[in-house]
Design a protein around this ligand. Structure first.
Ligand code: HEC
Ligand code: HEC
Ligand code: HEC
Ligand code: HEC
Ligand code: HEC
Length: 508
């Protein structure tokens, strides 16, 4: 197995070099990059500046008349909070609210901004702070912090805020080079009309409009599909993974898992039914103060897997990080079997099932996220017959660990975790929705063994310690891992043969 590429040493060395390079080179650094690795400053001859003013992103803004675009055209979430406290509580502290301030994002963005000679504001910003890009108010302070920082006026710095989503009036799907949603292919139409999926909403504060796109995955796909702006490689493709899944085939949308409590999302995945079609789903309540009782109120924490940043940013465990843990612990199951090989040699096969993610496991930044197997086989006297995937003292994974992820390379075939350098994946080992991946391990069973115990665990973490050290500073954080699922089983051995039924259920 060629997993050692993920050892922090290599990573640090690689990324470390380019920082030194960027710091010394200033804007001329980009000229040293291979030509086709540059970020296109525009979308080529087929689009005019009027059509795609924020190229290479596909974001456009519609306004009445010739109003100057300022952040104040979008309303501060604090104001929405007065009548929509429940949505605000979910959103506040979520990854959407942190999308611009997220220190991990900012660090990588800053490194990229330097390496490309200042070409990443629109590309990265269009998804992480669409208001900042639309109003041209994002500032890069190259000398601040470890790598440089980005600042924006308060409303733009609130990332994907209420008004970002609820004033979107359409998509630019027909204009994207890849003919698919992505790279912020949204039409923003700031103003008093708030759009969502209620057909009869009446509000004393704003106008309302029924918007069919707000109830489909395409809405999310505008930002949850990332194409390299120059070579069009699909660096992140959560939406595409979903689009051809059994969930899409059953009409289940992103919202059906991510805008309901985890317990409901579990039922959605198991029964392949939308929340509104589940018996006793108990999702009712009030969506706005003064409005009528509604059968479904949508959660707004958009919980995914990120237990790290939500905690770092909020300085404490939040509802969001607990829900993230719960979601991670419900998604996969493990099965194992043992086959005798030659003599004492045995093969352990571990199967990892993606039971409940509506896309691959992991999804999105698959070159960065780590989901891996830890395996331990113990003999009669407690002697370790096999060990794999246990975190080392330095919080890195040992060589040979089975990791479910993708390995991205740049134009020269060199390993990279920088999205602006990615040209292709050498290998992708993520687990498809309702699919599985298997890993094989070999061990020797001592003669006269009576029992063996096999413990398998699946773990998740957002990124390696090496990447955290690089982005946030050495030892700024100790990257936490979540034990997603554990499977433990004792086997009886007689005459050198493993006896008991070989497949066991896993527990979370
Ligand atoms: C003064 C109270 C008030 C404020 C402030 C307020 N809303 Fe509303 N909003 C309501 C009420 C009441 C409803 C209707 C609820 C119902 O019919 O169940 C509503 C409905 C909505 C809907 C549903 C629209 C549809 O057609 O599905 C959205 C979306 C919405 N508001 C977003 C916002 C956003 C974003 C903000 C801040 C920019 C905001 N609201 C500020 C009271 C308010
Ligand atoms: C990432 C985009 C996004 C953000 C950010 C967001 N919403 Fe929503 N919201 C949605 C979508 C999508 C729906 C409709 C879901 C459906 O019907 O399937 C919705 C529904 C609503 C509704 C209608 C009631 C309901 O439960 O369907 C209200 C009111 C609302 N949001 C208010 C807010 C407020 C207030 C904020 C900020 C605190 C906010 N939203 C932030 C995407 C968003
Ligand atoms: C098309 C929209 C889009 C574009 C363009 C985009 N991102 Fe993101 N980014 C996302 C989404 C969505 C996530 C969340 C994925 C997840 O959590 O699994 C994300 C997550 C991240 C994260 C992980 C943050 C964390 O806390 O773990 C980093 C780092 C990041 N982006 C950096 C960048 C950089 C640098 C660029 C520009 C080169 C960029 N992104 C461009 C949508 C985008
Ligand atoms: C305007 C762009 C945009 C839209 C629209 C959008 N997102 Fe996101 N979303 C982001 C970005 C950017 C992040 C990551 C922020 C970060 O990690 O710094 C994110 C993060 C998330 C996460 C958190 C992942 C984690 O690691 O915990 C989930 C889940 C998510 N989005 C789901 C959705 C769903 C479902 C929809 C549609 C209803 C949606 N998003 C619409 C931009 C968007
Ligand atoms: C059947 C339920 C289900 C559906 C449908 C679904 N998801 Fe997820 N999603 C999950 C689960 C479970 C996780 C946690 C495991 C993981 O990280 O993959 C997750 C994780 C995520 C993450 C965080 C990934 C990470 O590790 O940082 C993002 C972002 C996300 N989903 C976005 C989406 C978007 C966008 C859609 C629609 C295109 C969608 N999801 C559809 C269940 C679902």
């Amino acid at each position: 197995m060629i997993q050692n590429i993920f050892l922090s040493g290599v990573l640090l060395l690689m990324l470390g070099q380019s920082i030194a390079f960027a710091a010394g080179g200033g804007s001329s650094a980009s000229d040293a990059l291979p030509k086709s690795n540059k970020i296109a400053a525009d979308l080529g001859p087929s689009y005019s500046k009027e059509e795609m003013p924020y190229a290479p992103s596909y974001l456009t803004v519609k306004t009445d008349g010739h109003k100057k675009l300022t952040p104040e055209l979008w309303t501060d979430p604090e104001i929405c909070a007065q009548c929509h406290p429940r949505q605000y509580e979910g959103w506040n502290g979520s990854m959407h609210s942190n999308a611009f301030n997220d220190p991990v994002f900012q660090a990588l963005w800053a490194i990229g901004e330097k390496e490309t000679g200042g070409k990443l504001i629109n590309h990265c910003g269009a998804c992480h702070s669409p208001i900042g890009v639309a109003t041209g108010t994002i500032k890069f302070n190259s000398d601040e912090g470890l790598h440089g920082t980005f600042t924006a006026p308060p409303i733009a710095a609130k990332g994907i805020s209420c008004d970002v989503c609820h004033t979107i009036s359409g998509t630019n799907l027909d204009k994207t080079k890849v003919m698919e949603h992505g790279n912020s292919s949204i039409i923003m139409e700031p103003g008093n009309v708030k759009r969502a999926t209620l057909k009869d909403a009446v509000s004393p504060f704003h106008e309302t409009e029924y918007s069919p796109i707000h109830q489909s995955s395409e809405f999310c796909g505008n930002c949850h599909n990332i194409f390299h702006p120059d070579n069009n490689f699909p660096v992140e493709h959560t939406y595409d993974e979903w689009k051809y899944s059994i969930y899409a085939q059953n009409g289940i949308q992103c919202m059906d898992c991510h805008m309901v409590p985890v317990d409901t999302a579990i039922r959605v995945a198991d029964e392949l039914k939308r929340p509104k079609d589940l018996n006793n789903s108990m999702l009712g309540g009030f969506v706005g103060i003064g409005g009528p009782y509604r059968d479904i109120v949508h959660d707004h924490a958009f919980v995914g897997g990120n237990a790290v940043v939500t905690e770092v940013m909020n300085g404490e465990k939040t509802g969001s990080s607990e829900e993230a843990m719960k979601r991670l612990k419900s998604v996969a199951s493990l099965e194992m079997s043992i086959q005798p090989q030659d003599g004492m040699l045995h093969q352990l096969t571990v199967r990892v099932n993606n039971d409940r993610a509506g896309h691959n496991l992991p999804t999105s930044l698959t070159e960065t996220r780590q989901i891996w197997l830890e395996v331990l086989v113990v003999g009669d006297n407690g002697q370790v017959l096999l060990r794999s995937g246990s975190l080392q003292q330095n919080n890195e994974l040992p060589e040979g660990t089975v990791i479910f992820n993708s390995e991205a390379v740049d134009i020269n075939g060199k390993h990279t975790e920088k999205p602006w350098e990615v040209t292709r994946f050498l290998r992708s080992n993520t687990i498809p929705p309702k699919g599985f991946k298997e890993a094989n391990y070999a061990f020797n069973l001592p003669a006269d063994s009576k029992t063996i115990k096999v413990i398998t665990k699946l773990h998740y973490r957002s990124f390696s310690q090496g990447l955290a050290d690089l982005l946030l500073g050495i030892d700024a954080i100790h990257v936490p891992s979540v034990n997603m699922v554990t499977n433990e089983h004792s086997y009886v051995v007689s005459n050198g043969q493993v006896k008991t039924a070989s497949i066991d259920a896993s527990h979370h």
